[in-house]
Design a protein around this ligand. Sequence first.
Ligand SMILES: [Zn+2]
Ligand SMILES: [Zn+2]
Ligand SMILES: [Zn+2]
Length: 85
Amino acid sequence: MKVKIKSWNSVAIWKWDVPNEEVCGICRVAFDGCCSTCKTPGDDCPLIWGECSHVFHMHCLLRWLATEGSRGQCPMDRKAWVTAK
Ligand SMILES: [Zn+2]
Ligand SMILES: [Zn+2]
Ligand SMILES: [Zn+2]
């Protein structure tokens, strides 16, 4: 008896539309969502760019910079955080 394998159409298609860079490095939430301190999606949760080219939710970055361990540095590369204009 021959078993017909019909698995071709069921191969999982991986979506890599969202690379790692598309999530906030602090809270790990995608940039099209809002940060963990903003409860309701759709709340105004702006992004902030640094001159080191890293992007975070503004709320996450401000919270990070307020912690003692941050020393005013980018949490990703530990360079002094300078907000890009
Ligand atoms: Zn965040
Ligand atoms: Zn937020
Ligand atoms: Zn950085």
